[in-house]
Each structure stands twice: as C-alpha cells, then as structure tokens.
Design a protein around this ligand. Structure first.
Ligand code: GDP
Ligand code: MN
Length: 399
C-alpha cells in the first residue's frame, strides 16, 4: 500500500525526521489560505498523487503570492497528472500540499528497500539527489552508496556516519544525518514498510537537513496490525479493479492483456498466466480466489474479471485438493447463470471429483469450453479469443 507525500512526511516526522512546514488543501481557495497561515514569502504547491516524477510533469510549483498559489492549485485540481510512474492514464489530483519553500544548497537521495537477495534492509544513498534513482544509477552509478543492515543488531550509528562521510557531508551535519537515517529505519521496521524514499533530502542554505519529498510503501499483509497506517489508504489513487478485489477479499492484480484468469492458488495462477503467454495470448489479470471456491466466490470472481473491459475470454483453472471439482463446477454454472457472460469461457478442472465436475458442466447447457490439461485450456482460451475477434463485434455483458 502506498501513501501520499504529506502523509509520509507526517509519519517520518513522528520518528524525528525534519520536514518543511506544510498544510493540506482540498481546493485552490484553501491552498491560498493555508499559505497565509504558514506565512513566509515563497511556497511550493505540490500535487498529492501516488507517484514520483511530479516535478517534471508540472505537479510541483514554486509560488510567491496568493494569486499564484490559487492559480497553481486551480491548474492541478481535478486533473490527471501523468508522470513516468503513472502510466499514460495518469493519477487524479484531489489534494494539494502547500509548503514553505526552502532554499536548497544540496540535494541528496536516500532510500530504504528490502533487498531480497541478502534478505536485509538495504540503504541506498547518493549525493546526486533530485534525479530519480534509476537515472542516478544509469548516469552516476559511482555516486551510489549501499549499506545493508544486520537485522539482529539493527542500524548502527557508525553506519549512518559512514554514509554521511561517503556523501561528503560536512562534520557539523553528520549527527543530523544519523538522526534522519535512524528515524527512517525505525519507521521502516516498526511500521512494516517495504520502501521509504526521501528524494531529495536537502541541505538548506542555512545548513539544516530537511526531507523535501517522502514516499512510503507498506506491506499489505501487515496492515491489520497498523490501523493508523491502513486508514491512510486513498482508493482514488489505486487501480479500481484492485481496490474492488481487495474489498472483496480476492487476491487480484490487474494486467494489460485480454484473457481473464480465475484460478485457485497463487502458484497455479502464475503458471496459468505463463501458459497463456506460451499459447500466444496475454493474461488480463492475476487472480487467486483461494482454497474454498464457493459458488458465491466464483461469481464474485467472474464479476470482477468482467469489470475489466479489455477481457475478451475467460480461463477458469481449478485444481481441487481440499476443494471438490463438483462443488467448483456448480459455482461456475451458478456464476454464469447469474452474471450473464457473453465471451468465451474455458474451464479446466483437475483433482478430487473431477468426473462429477465435468458432468455438471456438460449438463448445464451453457456454452462452456472444457479442457483437461492446463496447456489445452490455455490454447483453447487463446483460440476462442482469436476466433471471436474474427467474428462480428459482440455486445458486452453489463455487470
Ligand atoms: P517529485 O518530482 O514527484 O519527486 O517531487 P519532489 O517533491 O521531489 O519535487 C521535485 C523537485 O522540486 C525537487 O527535486 C526540488 O528540486 C524542487 N522543490 C521541491 N520543493 C522545493 C522547495 O521548497 N524549494 C526549492 N527551491 N525547490 C523545491
Ligand atoms: Mn522527489
């Protein structure tokens, strides 16, 4: 789960990371009012979307009067901000953050990530802040300092000092840097984050260290134990298909293809996607409906997959171990009667009571395409989709 910049700054400030003064606004009028409350002469108006690269895309504006703030905010509200991280559809701007502008002497990059190879938290830092880390690693790879944290002892102050020295920070700022890095590390571990990024962390003209931008991502599976963080979720920034799935307790990831997948088990879902690709198709989604595929659950899965307008064929792949194929088949039949599907549906069942399951599908009178192996199922789904394309345009089901 991602959160907004202003929320990440508030979280990190709670762990001792220094951030500029700022306030949130939901309208241009409120943005101008917030700036007056903050005082000062220059402000930054920042679009709050779950994506980086806002500066280059026009989502960060320096203003020096009420009317400039109003105009900057008015230009943002209700717009879709398209950055290199949002994809071409962009992300809607419904909140802006107004901050006292800071006089920047130096920009630094710091990021905390989970390094899967070493199974440790890795701190990535560079004296070339302001650019995206991908750009830094392409153009100035030698500037990147990597430090991995031994989980049993945690981040040590000497490691933070080492980072500060490698970044060439002056001695007077080292202690401040230790505090900043320790704050980020504590926020990362105590709140089950998977990423904390401050880009840029700046040294100001008057020699302070401030986090000018902040990004945090959290482990969805740990959110049940951090209600104060899960409350920060903003569905307007999520793929609507994925929010809908999360609300229904389905494990779904939206993709760009057109073969919808309904599968039980994450591993089987991955294998199904691979097999579709090998058969020359593109999966529209990853979907693991879980072990107990009740008729209601199967119907929910059909509705969800069909809500993606790119889906042109559906492949149901169920391996019944604990489950029973006849039970799943009933679910599929029930779902197809209830949901009204007018695109090809291929069903492959395997495991317990498979014969009984096949019989239910066959006797349903529904135009279900059956397959007995995974590769056969994938080939039939891709074939049916291609065949369908060749035929006249179809009227899509209204779900
Ligand atoms: P991003 O483009 O989404 O990563 O948004 P950032 O919050 O990082 O802002 C982009 C850039 O705007 C930063 O790298 C800074 O160079 C600039 N910027 C942001 N806040 C200030 C500020 O208070 N003063 C000045 N001078 N520049 C700022
Ligand atoms: Mn940034």
């Amino acid at each position: 789960m991602d959160i907004h910049e202003y929320q990440a700054k508030e979280v990190l400030a709670g762990f001792g990371v220094a951030v500029p003064d700022g306030a949130l606004a939901y309208s241009p009028e409120q943005a101008a009012y917030r700036a007056r409350e903050l005082g000062g002469e220059k402000w930054i108006v920042k679009a709050q979307v779950h994506a980086g690269g806002r500066g280059k895309a026009g989502g960060v504006k320096l203003c020096s009067s009420d009317s400039e703030i109003h105009a900057a905010a008015e230009g943002m509200f209700g717009q879709k901000l398209v950055t290199h991280q949002t994809g071409p559809e962009g992300k809607g701007i419904y909140r802006v953050y107004v901050e006292t502008a800071v006089n920047i002497a130096r920009e630094i990059y710091i990021g905390f990530v989970l390094d899967r190879t070493s199974q440790r938290v890795m701190i990535v830092a560079s004296g070339e802040g302001g650019m995206e880390i991908e750009e830094i690693s392409a153009t100035k790879p030698e500037s990147i300092v990597r430090t991995s944290v031994e989980p049993a002892v945690g981040l040590r102050d000497f490691q933070c000092r080492q980072i500060a020295f490698k970044l060439g920070m002056e001695p007077g700022l080292v202690q401040h840097m230790v505090r900043t890095l320790q704050g980020c590390y504590r926020a990362f571990t105590e709140l089950d984050a998977t990423m904390v990024e401050i880009n840029p962390l700046v040294v100001t003209g008057d020699n302070r260290i401030l986090a000018l931008d902040a990004k945090m991502t959290f482990d969805d599976n740990a959110m049940f134990r951090h209600p104060q963080i899960s409350e920060l979720r903003d569905k307007s920034q999520e793929d609507p298909r994925e929010s809908r799935a999360a609300d229904r307790g389905l494990n779904y990831v939206g993709l760009d293809g057109n073969i919808g997948c309904i599968v039980n088990g994450a591993g089987l879902a991955m294998a199904t996607m691979d097999t579709i690709k090998m058969a020359g198709g593109e999966p529209a989604n990853f979907l693991d409906i879980g072990g107990g595929a009740t008729p209601e659950r199967v119907a929910k899965a059909f509705r969800l997959v069909l809500s993606d307008k790119n889906v042109q064929a559906i492949l149901v792949n169920i391996f019944a171990g604990i489950n029973r194929c006849d039970w799943v088949a009933e679910g599929v039949v029930h779902a197809l009667r209830e949901v009204q599907v007018d695109i090809p549906v291929v069903v492959r069942l395997a495991g317990t009571n498979v014969e009984a399951g096949q019989k239910i599908l066959a006797q349903s009178g529904l135009p279900i395409i059956r397959a007995s192996t995974l590769s056969e199922a994938a080939e039939r789904a891709v074939g049916a989709w291609k065949n369908d394309l060749a035929q006249a345009t179809r009227v899509r089901a209204v779900v």
